[in-house]
Design a protein. Structure first.
Length: 102
């Protein structure tokens, strides 16, 4: 299982746009129902930072095949004050987070 965390900060006037684009990704994920893929997005307390956590089998996350994810990425650089940083994660333990995950 591959687990990653992505963190970035958007410009204050881009928060609503970013949230809308993220919701579009979730809408397509609901339709596609990719096997073995778990994903969560959080807006941090500062109101402009976002954290995405994903878990999937294989080398490639199913997100990359979604048109909504392409739209999300299209002007991400322009929306950001701080560009995304991708960090691999090793799970030590969890309690009811990503239930059923190996």
């Amino acid at each position: 299982m591959r687990r990653v965390m992505v963190r970035y900060r958007v410009k204050p006037d881009q928060v609503a746009e970013n949230e809308e684009l993220v919701r579009g990704v979730y809408k397509e994920l609901e339709q596609a129902q990719p096997d073995g893929f778990r994903y969560a997005t959080f807006k941090l307390e500062d109101g402009v930072s976002f954290l995405h956590v994903a878990e999937h089998a294989g080398d490639r996350a199913p997100l990359v095949d979604l048109p909504a994810f392409a739209r999300f990425q299209a002007d991400l650089r322009g929306r950001c004050d701080e560009l995304p940083v991708v960090t691999g994660l090793e799970r030590i333990g969890s309690f009811r987070l990503f239930e059923g995950a190996s």
